[in-house]
Design a protein around this ligand. Structure first.
Ligand code: ATP
Length: 360
């Protein structure tokens, strides 16, 4: 049994009738990590997580939770983790206290410890004043805090969180993110399923991007961004009525690979920001054009995500079964996309996925 691994998914597969929802995926989550699980709608996230949680039988492959096989030894596997589903799992007719007590009994927390643990969790999640309140009377944010407290009652080593801050106000979301960080600092492994890429970027040590039932990339957010480092940009912001007018000429500045227009802003993608910056300054001066700001930016995790899942702006669309270069975190995309890109933009200096491969 390998205790350094919180999760091992080995060739995990799930069919719904003839639909292959999860396609022989393999990955590991190390003990102590915050691991993000990202992917577009229908990618196979829920199906994968339900299999890991022993709520859905795999059609093939297996998964181990801290070494316990979820199919052969589901009880031992389930004792290792807590689960906070997207839809609140609280019992609305029970009070905050009774929800926690019910869950403590369910997980067989020793009777002598239950009250102390509940008090601790009420304090941790700022729910002391709501202990007698029925759950239906709690706000959405409070119900989510109660869900988290319930998932932690048996002190699991691994916590599955599904969109934990969706629909919450800024303060409630911040409280939950702070608690996730604290729990992780104390050693709890976190498996976070989310569409909120910024949160994944803030919290996760590594993220897996699942696309069409397969793992398309698995790496730290920083390394994923690094993989498309060529996609830096110079952003020019200006006042105006929405029409580009003379600013359109910025697209022809030397070094600009691709231009994306946003509200009051032109984003000039380049692998050579200094050259583009000087060209932009010269053009603005020559045309006497005012600007409100000029910024250079690196790729965001969102751009990585959109690139990998095939919805990037520009030439990178669709999924390519090319052979990945050795060590490249962007799996299954390198060679064929590189060719497509070079073919489409022959004058470009550094292709998106070309630079991803050169860095590995
Ligand atoms: P979302 O972000 O929208 O929740 P997801 O990544 O969680 O999507 P899944 O819910 O795992 O994706 O769905 C993967 C595929 O399996 C989809 O094509 C979906 O339509 C299909 N699917 C999911 N559940 C079932 C089911 N019970 N019966 C048949 N098909 C299903």
């Amino acid at each position: 049994m390998n205790n350094d691994l919180a999760i091992q998914a080995i060739d995990l597969t799930r069919y719904y009738d003839k639909l292959l929802a999860v396609d022989h995926i393999s990955f590991e989550v190390r003990s102590g990590e915050v691991f993000g699980f990202l992917g577009p709608n229908g990618a196979g996230k829920t199906t994968t997580v339900r299999m890991l949680n022993s709520l859905l039988a795999p059609s093939g492959g297996k998964a181990l939770i801290f070494g316990h096989d979820i199919c052969r030894d589901p009880y031992a596997a389930k004792r290792q983790f807590g689960l906070v589903p997207e839809e609140s799992s609280v019992y609305t007719e029970l009070s905050t206290w009774d929800n926690l007590m019910f869950t403590a009994r369910l997980y067989r927390v020793p009777a002598g410890e239950r009250q102390r643990r509940i008090e601790e969790l009420l304090e941790l999640f700022g729910l002391e004043a709501k202990r007698k309140e029925k759950a239906f009377a709690l706000s959405k944010g409070m119900r989510q805090r109660l869900s988290l407290a319930m998932a932690l009652i048996h002190r699991p080593r691994l916590l599955f969180l599904d969109e934990p801050v969706l629909g919450l106000d800024v303060q409630s979301a911040q409280l939950i993110k702070d608690r996730i960080r604290e729990l992780n600092d104390q050693g709890t492994t976190i498996f976070l399923t989310t569409h909120q890429i910024e949160m994944a970027d803030q919290l996760c040590n590594r993220v897996a991007i699942i696309h069409q039932g397969q793992i398309a990339a698995i790496e730290s957010p920083e390394r994923l961004k690094w993989a498309i480092e060529g996609r830096r940009s110079v952003e020019v912001s200006f006042d105006g009525n929405g029409a580009l007018g003379p600013y359109a000429g910025l697209a022809r500045v030397a070094g600009v690979d691709q231009t994306v227009r946003q509200r009051g802003k032109l984003k000039l993608y380049t692998s050579d920001p200094p050259t583009v910056l000087s060209g932009v300054m010269a053009y603005l001066q020559a045309q006497s054009l005012p600007v409100t700001a000029i910024n250079t930016t690196g790729p965001s995790l969102e751009e990585v995500y959109l690139t990998i899942t095939g919805r990037a702006l520009g030439p990178l669309r669709g999924k390519h079964p090319g052979t990945p270069c050795k060590g490249c975190p962007v799996r299954g995309q390198c060679e064929s996309e590189k060719e497509e890109q070079v073919a489409q933009t022959s004058e470009r200096k550094g292709g998106l996925l070309r630079s991803s491969c050169e860095h590995h």
